[in-house]
Design a protein. Sequence first.
Length: 381
Amino acid sequence: MTTPWGEFALARFPEDPREKLRAWDACDEYLLRHLADEKIPLSGTVVVVGDRWGALVTALAAHRPAQITDSFLAQEATRANLARGGVETGAVRLLTTQDPPPSRIDVLLVRVPRSLSLLEDQLLRLAPSVHEGTVVVGTGMTKEIHTSTLKLFERILGPTRTSLAEKKARLIFCTPELSPEPSPEPPANPWPYRYDLPDGIGVVSGRTVVNHAGVFCADRLDVGTRFLLQHLPDTKGPRRIADLGCGNGVVGTAMALANPEAEVLFVDESFQAVASAEATFKANGVPGHAEFRVGDGLTGVPAGSVDLVLNNPPFHSHQATTDATAWRMFTGARRALRPGGELWVIGNRHLGYHLKLRRLFGNSQLVASDPKFVVLKAVKR
């Protein structure tokens, strides 16, 4: 990536020589060029929100920015890209969306996320640190920036406008506008959001779900998860179960409620998701032991240590449609499972997961199906 601060070799994480997608795009280039062209001072506290693979903070590392991300993979990519560029350890402060933000922000750079709720949550969390002199610049592809996006910036921070589009990328300019009189109460943050599940979905009927902003289907139970909940495996005894890509944790919570002797591992690459899963588990007073881990699938889980893996894999990486994440999840599940252990997968019919499972496990069994979804089971031989 060529920038006003030099050229940088960047890669996504985990690095794959077959990967054709770049670790930066026109949005990153447009934003960095704007900062240089407008000679925006970067001597104060610079905060970068939603930097997808670390391209922005790697380019700006000399100014010791802070990065705030919901993605474990993005954070690991940032570490690797900084090291690749010879940047000293600690030059960039790596924070998650669950960490307290810096107390004062002089330059706020926002890569607009796909989730409007995550943008709302983060702007509300950052607003107390912004002052009238803060430079606020957002960026995103034109198809990612909507009227609702601009209204959020304006409602939470101040007057907002957009730039002309370049290479299908656009910038957002926001001027913080603080009230001359102290507000009696800051704007209320609606996140995390809690709701009770409907009847008819087994052991979790009527149970509470807690969702932090940005978690898939944060305000309702998605139809795929509902279908899986109606066809969960029956386990007994001290089984180790992994809810892989756990989201709000409702599937793992259901398994723990059905089998109090089970030990459930909730794992997701989203910090918001794992926080949601832990909150959901605790809100229902579930007996038994649970572990909550942010990571790259089941990487780091001892081989042959898991009896059952439940998985609803994503098939998007930001705007790109890809099966790379699903394949990595399936591969990690096979390694983590004991002989005789099972991987249960819920997915859209058209994704053809049965072919991947047969290739990897040598078998795939259809457990349940409807016009849209299939539940599949693969056994480690």
